[in-house]
Ligand binder design. Sequence first.
Ligand code: GUN
Length: 290
Amino acid sequence: MVETRLIDGKAFAEGLRKRVASDVTAFHAATGVTPGLAVVLVGEDPASAVYVRNKGKQTVEAGMASIEHKLPATTTQAELLALIAALNAEKDVHGILVQLPLPGHIDAQAVLATIDPAKDVDGFHVVNAGRLAVGLDALVPCTPLGCVMLLKDRLGSLSGLEAVVVGRSNIVGKPLAQLLLREDCTVTIAHSRTRDLPEVCRRADILIGAVGRPEMIRGAWIKPGATVIDVGINRVDKPGGGTRLVGDVAFDEAQGIAGAITPVPGGVGPMTIACLLQNTLTAARRQLGA
Ligand code: GUN
């Protein structure tokens, strides 16, 4: 039986936000420019509204400008594309983020394709996905970037380790696999059609849950001593009424088996916005050649 360590993403993210804020101060002193992040929210999704509010607050706390565009759910795709074209041309905007999901009548891929790749701080544009895949400098999706930071902080070098990523989304699973490959891991992407998923997971020195299914990954699927990163944030009903947040990994079952694990909440979640702030500064630096 191993003692399972908790990976404190909340504390790590706080430190990262402070480092970004001090880099923003130095950048401003050198260039006279304040990095600007434009966030576009279409519709009334309550979870998205919370994210956008937190992003705006933390952007300002890091010394950057937050430009918010809140549009009604009835916004047409043409109107949204016109706004993005204007933000692409706006020199005070260095990063553009379109909050997902978008209403059903809007083609998200068409919208993401319109964002200037140099301002694509989410790293969702095919140019950035392609640059990451071939090993060029890219703006990298924030949640996967946060996962790899936590892993390197905990493990040092990841070289030669077996990593299993459960989930193949464009936002997390696929870019995370690319980042782990860049760290010289042996990478498996598992998903809903994977045969004998428990056995595949038991190979992992690094096991990532990124499927969005509450507590799907059981304690018995974890190799003793493995480092477990739980990207899932699932709201489930409590027996006595009310709701609580759980990850994709059965956290209690992992105790005494995993070497270390991220909690939900307080693990990967806080890293996403911290990495977004870092990407915004990176984008501003590249646009100014600074
Ligand atoms: N919706 C949920 N997570 C994200 C994210 O990281 N970026 C964007 N744009 N939308 C999201």
